[in-house]
Design a protein around this ligand. Sequence first.
Ligand code: HEC
Ligand code: HEC
Ligand code: HEC
Length: 214
Amino acid sequence: MVCGQCHTRTGVGTKNPIANDLRGFRIGGKYTDFVSFIAPAWGDGNRSVSPDGKGRRLRQQDMDIRLSRFIRPWSVHETMTCFDCHNPHTIGNNPENPKLKKTREETCNQCHQGTMDPKKVFDGIRGWERASFGKWNTFSGRRGAGMEQHIFNLDSQGRAFGLTPDKYTWVLRTGTNIDPTLKQSWQSIWPWEKADYDLKGRTTFTGADPWKKP
Ligand code: HEC
Ligand code: HEC
Ligand code: HEC
């Protein structure tokens, strides 16, 4: 909650639909009580999120790490906090080691023993066709100035990869004339938001293309 309050990307406010920021949140509480996350668009992608859920814009590490739990259930990476690897006291003000507690290689080698290269894992663009305005449906994520992507998952070709289609998550929109056989009736949601929609009695679905299902 401390780091994620800024290293996330917010959607509409939960108390006030025109406030898409964290107003009302205080350290000790949960910012998810005050604001939603920017929505994914499973299979299609949008400006902020690639079709498989990788964050695409600045400071989306919080959402990337939340997604890890659904990529790999009981993932060690999902249980780690930002300051397991980063040094919160030196970010931005120690020119010798501004970001991490250990060297970049040691950070991963504590557990991976040389099998993970952070320069590859954190580069969400490598190997994918670049996304651009009007073309959000490629699987490229983010590299930024350095290493922004925090999805701890690689596909069979060694590229940063998020959710497979069998784990895409949706909620049926509400309103009049909602036809579940039409794609536009289904809103993409983050998998960690599903339980809340279920509690509210909304119709949710996990998998590809819910509008094609009987
Ligand atoms: C008040 C908002 C805010 C909070 C809280 C915050 N950050 Fe940041 N952080 C930023 C901004 C803005 C940047 C600038 C880089 C960017 O635009 O992505 C940044 C940059 C960084 C960088 C990159 C620094 C560099 O030298 O390139 C790291 C690493 C980082 N933050 C980690 C953290 C961690 C870990 C925490 C929690 C202990 C945290 N941040 C809390 C806003 C915040
Ligand atoms: C505290 C131990 C620990 C640290 C530190 C750690 N990892 Fe992991 N990592 C694991 C474990 C355990 C798995 C197996 C799946 C899981 O539990 O998440 C894993 C899985 C992965 C995977 C998915 C495996 C694959 O083949 O796609 C990637 C990618 C990854 N880690 C990258 C990294 C990178 C990059 C770093 C350094 C920035 C790092 N890890 C640091 C424990 C760790
Ligand atoms: C498993 C270790 C690990 C965890 C957990 C982790 N990071 Fe990182 N992060 C790294 C490494 C390694 C780098 C690359 C640093 C470098 O440039 O040497 C990095 C880079 C960054 C950057 C800078 C990207 C750039 O362009 O240089 C930001 C911002 C950041 N992390 C934020 C976060 C936030 C926020 C969290 C928690 C939500 C987090 N990280 C969790 C290991 C981690």
